[in-house]
Design a protein around this ligand. Sequence first.
Ligand SMILES: C[S@@+](CC[C@H](N)C(=O)[O-])C[C@H]1O[C@@H](n2cnc3c(N)ncnc32)[C@H](O)[C@@H]1O
Ligand code: SF4
Length: 481
Amino acid sequence: MGEPPSLVEADGPARAAAAVPEGLRARLGGDPLTQAFATRRSSHWFARRPLPVDDPAATWEALLCVPRTGKTVAYIHVPFCDNHCLFCGFYRNPAKGRFSGPYVSALVREMEREADRPAVRSAPIAAVYVGGGTPTALEAADLHRLITTARTHLPLTPDCEITIEGRVHGFDAERVSACLEAGANRFSIGIQTFDTTLRQRLGRKADRAAAERVLADLRDRDRAAVICDLIYGLPGQTPETWRADLRTVVDLDLDGVDLYALTMIPDSPLALSIDKGALPPALALDEQARLYAAGLETLEAAGWRHLSQAHWARTPRERNLYNQAVKERAPCLAYGSGAGGLLAGHRYVLDGDEVSYRQRIASGEKPLAMMFAPADDLPGQAALSASLETGRILPGRLEALVGAGFAAMLAPVLEHWAEAGLITPRPGGFALTRAGWFWQANLIVGLQEMLVLFHNGPPEPSSPTRQEHPRHARHRHHPAG
Ligand SMILES: C[S@@+](CC[C@H](N)C(=O)[O-])C[C@H]1O[C@@H](n2cnc3c(N)ncnc32)[C@H](O)[C@@H]1O
Ligand code: SF4
């Protein structure tokens, strides 16, 4: 461990800003929600640059022989969509022709083949996420076959969360029934906005009435948690359309909702349409912040529980287990073209070319595209991010995980963030304010930078680099999430 830098030497109320490393400083005196920082940072983990393993196939074979420990999840990727929505970076293959059966057959073979290996069968799996793309675009019989295979060949916990991600368009009663009969117990449905004009502009096929009807039907089946995703910051979105979207979610009595800030993907159809002037610009950061705060306010007033920055629950049915486990860097067994996993610290990504993925499955191979050796994490690194996910900063707990002296080193930073209106004192530490929730990623990166300083001293130019989580490597993620 290196010497902690001399951040605690300054004194008095002004010391905080002066003693805080520049990148962690928030603007004082303005509206914290819209002005605390100039940009939102990306909260990916800091780690030593992960090195690709020399022989991924041999490493994979060795990893499969080792019993797994600790809470684990599974991710199954379905990289097909009916169309490419303008804003989305996850689109890979058109859901056209006979895509469903052959793809699910390959997934089934992949799962069956590994089912008896120690790394798979040795310990329970707490959550399975069938994500995309659009899993709900699969044929009903294939959805049934896929979920049944996961339940048969993965050692699921009795209360395992089994999520099917999808969209309203094409998710008919037969597909819904197939999912439920096979054992799905959570639906994560991308809505983005209920506003029909905005939806059409983004390439969404169903209108408001259809979106509401599908969600209400899922809810009325009363057999699975129903969650929907909304995006704030869309071109042409207004405080009124956003409030109407939030009201619709509340009125629909869904189990949960995820609110995501629009990520503008360079060269996406959305970015190109805006550049051409065919669409109005996406909302500025301060406008995004106000919409997020309106979300917090509306859901809080309606009695929803705030689970993490982007996730809310109305009922105990929404547990959000998969997303939480990914944030905690739990092992993740991955299946399907383009899926990302994490096993015994090794990140891996499967072949993103769907045809090649199926060919390699047919030839008996695990279709690995990339595999990296375990990252050299700093003590307390995962716990630091996980703690802020819940909206709390508890310096005593962090010190126990990171090392003696960390709380003292953090003190001026936390004092400064409190003065800036981002966190507020609570017994044992601090809680995020509304502004703090919006800027959460900046605070996480800030804490990670403090951790690096604590352990290593000031960084060398070639020192720590950022690392993405595997599932998120395939889209922005993820998500996720
Ligand atoms: C992997 S997508 C799959 C969703 C599903 N196929 C659909 O059409 O709604 C999962 C979620 O990521 C979010 N997402 C996709 N692109 C995004 C972007 N550019 N910015 C923010 N969120 C995005 C959306 O909310 C979406 O529902
Ligand atoms: S939003 Fe969904 S359906 Fe649209 S391109 Fe992205 S993953 Fe596919």
